[in-house]
Design a protein around this ligand. Structure first.
Ligand SMILES: CC(=O)N[C@H]1[C@@H](OP(=O)(O)OP(=O)(O)OC[C@H]2O[C@@H](n3ccc(=O)[nH]c3=O)[C@H](O)[C@@H]2O)O[C@H](CO)[C@@H](O)[C@@H]1O
Ligand SMILES: C=C(OP(=O)(O)O)C(=O)O
Length: 419
């Protein structure tokens, strides 16, 4: 199994190109199931979650062709199977995103309940309740969601809590439903907006994405289109924190600074000088140790839970005391015990991690437990004295394209080793 071996101490300096967003590409790939015509997607990141989704669509009969330059062509016309089996779904929770599109276009779907509980229970009750309100008959048995509908009907859906993939699933279901759908208390994440833009490019009528009320007028049919996936704001944030922790500087290209307000605010508080252009961000720590910061996760536009582990790592070596409050997932502090193995001084009280910055971390073998926890451990390894060996890096490959190569370009000593 592959591991990452990091020798800490290098001050990062250089330029990195940010890839397409995992959390936009995944729902958009699922939404291609709605297209009655060929779709070409560009800026699709090269990630394990993407290949898993392609395998999932491929098993349904969808024809996918990978082209040069992060492009994929998708033709759904040969589809003959409307199911998502456990063996694929268990590795990736986003596979639940095929439920809405399959039901809306083909009137049936059989999707395994997403397994595992890496960062919390993560139920999908709100996805199911919304589809039922649109007229779907749904049974949950034997670990599968079995859903049927003649044609979904538009409905007013008041979401009990803000759910990103829940909003996306219901929006995708609504675009081919009869009549109007109103999704209230919708997630406002930029990835929801990217999906809505893609749906509209296929001929859907979606308005209000990016606000908490999304209006959808169902149409009879969607057509094929060409679409470019948005930049990954979490990959962007991760590289900014890496540069800040190593007291270095970095310039990130092909990104969207306008989507990172909460993260950039915290980095400025930590002492970073930040400049932005339309599609680039430059961060410079000018050799200074970061100041600890207080972070509280919440739905967009507040601070993203997917950046929490990285800031936890930053606080470990910062000057002062910083608190990390996690309000989205009930079990998203699994990086803490591993950071402690490197010498971090962190105490967890309920949903708050209290970090006292230490002068130095010391390298040790650590184990990745989920995607962003792994990112936090890699960042800590970059500043730890000696060698850090990060195990179970399949988690990091789910969401980062060749992280070791991009960090090496910035001057880090990091390489993939097989054991
Ligand atoms: C593929 C993708 O886009 N993943 C992102 C998505 O996950 P995901 O869409 O799974 O996260 P949600 O926004 O749905 O989860 C928010 C909260 O709602 C709860 N909930 C959700 C649905 C439901 O039916 N019932 C319920 O109780 C969850 O357990 C969680 O406590 O948003 C999260 C929150 O920004 C991010 O961390 C993930 O990276
Ligand atoms: C939690 C994440 O992803 P997923 O919802 O796919 O598990 C993430 O991207 O940090």
């Amino acid at each position: 199994m592959d591991k990452l071996l990091i020798s800490g101490g290098a001050m990062l300096d250089g330029e990195v190109r940010i890839g397409g967003a995992k959390n936009a590409a995944l729902p958009i790939l699922a939404a291609t199931l709605l297209a009655d015509g060929p779709v070409t997607l560009s800026n699709v990141p090269h990630l394990k979650d993407i290949t898993t989704t392609m395998e999932l669509l491929g098993r349904m009969g969808v024809h996918l062709t990978v082209e040069e330059g992060a492009r994929i062509q998708i033709d759904t016309s040969p589809i003959h199977d409307f199911s998502a089996p456990y063996e694929l779904v268990k590795t990736m929770r986003a596979s639940i995103l095929v439920l809405g599109p399959l039901l809306a276009r083909f009137g049936r779907a059989e999707v395994s309940l997403p397994g595992g509980c890496a960062i919390g229970a993560r139920p999908v009750n709100l996805h199911i309740a919304g589809l039922r309100a649109m007229g779907a008959e749904i049974q949950v048995e034997g670990g599968y969601i079995r859903a049927r509908a003649e044609r979904l009907r538009g409905a007013r859906l008041v979401m009990e809590m803000v759910t990103v993939t829940g909003t996306e699933n219901l929006m995708m279901a609504a675009v081919l439903a009869a009549g109007e759908t109103l999704i209230e208390n919708a997630a406002r994440e930029p990835e929801v907006v990217d999906l809505a833009d893609f749906l509209n490019a296929m001929g859907a009528r979606v308005e209000g994405a990016g606000t908490d009320t999304i209006w959808v007028q169902g149409v009879e049919r969607l057509v094929g289109t060409d679409y470019r996936v948005m930049a990954d704001r979490i990959e962007t944030g991760t590289f900014l924190v890496a540069a800040a922790m190593t007291r270095g500087r970095v310039r990130l290209r092909n990104t969207r600074p306008d989507l990172l307000d909460a993260v950039l605010t915290k980095l400025r508080e930590a002492g970073a000088r930040i400049e932005t252009g339309e599609d680039w961000i430059a961060l410079d720590m000018a050799g200074r140790r970061p100041q600890a910061v207080d972070v509280r996760t919440a739905p967009y536009p507040a601070f993203p839970t997917d950046m929490q582990a990285q800031f936890c790592a930053l606080n470990c070596i910062a000057e002062g005391v910083g608190t990390i409050t996690e309000t989205i997932f009930e079990n998203r502090f699994m990086h803490v015990s591993e950071l402690q193995r490197l010498g971090a001084d962190i105490r967890i009280e309920g949903n708050v991690a209290l970090c006292h910055g230490v002068e130095r971390l010391t390298g040790a073998p650590v184990m990745a437990t989920d995607l962003r926890a792994s990112a936090g451990l890699v960042l800590a390894g970059l500043v730890a004295e000696g060698e850090t060996l990060v195990d179970r890096i399949y988690h990091i490959d789910r969401g980062y394209d060749n992280i070791e190569e991009k960090l090496s370009v910035l001057g880090a000593s990091i390489r993939r080793v097989s054991e």
